[in-house]
Design a binder for this molecule. Structure first.
Ligand SMILES: C[S@@+](CC[C@H](N)C(=O)[O-])C[C@H]1O[C@@H](n2cnc3c(N)ncnc32)[C@H](O)[C@@H]1O
Length: 263
């Protein structure tokens, strides 16, 4: 593609990113009311405890895409933590985080432009954020830049392989005998999908295959040390009978990576 073509692609990406930003502003309340402050069993039973154990021992922690700050607050309360800071580009998230307080501070910023000096943190966490970030390479580069050598990056994603757009539980009663199975949507192509997560709430998700994440992390000297694919927790399965059918399919993928020193 010529230079003009790639500028055009950049402009398209910027336009799409700014629409996406507007939809997070509009629907911040959907996230805050439904998923934070004890409202969501997956966070209470699984994500917050796993994040707490993975961040244990860190002294300076950055939470990228912190939303209302639920992980930042948890991190600030861990033993030995000197600073726990959250950033999010969405005013309607970061202003609630600042009001809820109980962390070192909250700043309005996107993942691809972190307002911190090099080597400021010994741990960075991003939970269910990178599937909304357009500039993946820049954002991971920023995480690597603000980490100290051997610092850890704790990355929580909607499982990129098992939760592709179009995935879901199929109960096919037309077949004889009937079959039930988990269908996986197209996996290899990058895809942008705008999903109605509840009536009237449209959120954009960016699908990328797992290799894109692992290879981009490695290109920035972030190497996988631990991977967790937890079964959905009991409190989530109890929400609807069909969730129990798919209990062997993880919803979440967690990767802990560590920053290899440059020499
Ligand atoms: C699903 S919420 C997760 C919030 C928080 N991490 C948590 O676990 O409660 C996704 C968050 O990503 C933020 N976000 C969207 N685009 C982003 C970007 N480019 N950089 C950083 N955060 C972004 C949204 O504003 C939103 O707060």
């Amino acid at each position: 593609m010529g230079e003009g073509g790639s500028e055009g692609a950049d402009r398209t990406r910027e336009a799409s990113a700014s629409e996406h930003q507007a939809s997070w502003e509009e629907h911040a309340r959907w996230w805050i009311d439904g998923f934070t402050d004890g409202a969501d069993p997956e966070y209470e039973e699984q994500i917050l405890p796993l994040a707490a154990s993975e961040l244990a021992g860190a002294r300076r922690i950055l939470d990228v895409g912190c939303g209302d700050g639920q992980i930042t607050r948890m991190a600030a309360a861990l033993d030995g933590v000197e600073a726990a800071v959250g950033v999010d580009p969405t005013w309607n998230q970061i202003s609630v985080a600042a009001r809820r307080g109980a962390a070192t501070g909250f700043l309005r910023a996107g993942a691809d432009s972190l307002p911190f000096a090099d080597a400021s943190f010994d741990a960075v966490v991003a939970c269910l954020v990178f599937e909304h970030v357009d500039a993946l390479d820049e954002a991971i580069g920023e995480v690597a830049r603000v980490l100290v050598p051997r610092g850890r990056f704790c990355l929580f994603l909607n499982h990129p392989l098992l939760q592709t757009p179009g995935s879901g539980w199929i109960d096919d009663q037309v077949l004889d005998p009937p079959e039930q199975y988990w269908r996986i949507g197209p996996y290899l192509p990058d895809a942008e999908s705008v999903e109605e997560v509840e009536p009237g709430v449209w959120i954009r998700f960016l699908h990328r295959p797992l290799s894109r994440y692992v290879n981009t992390l490695a290109a920035h000297r972030l190497f996988v040390e631990r991977m967790v694919e937890p079964a959905p927790p009991a409190g989530f399965l109890a929400l609807a009978p069909e969730y129990l059918d798919a209990a062997t399919v993880p919803r979440l993928l967690y990767l802990r990576t560590s920053l290899r020193p440059s020499r």
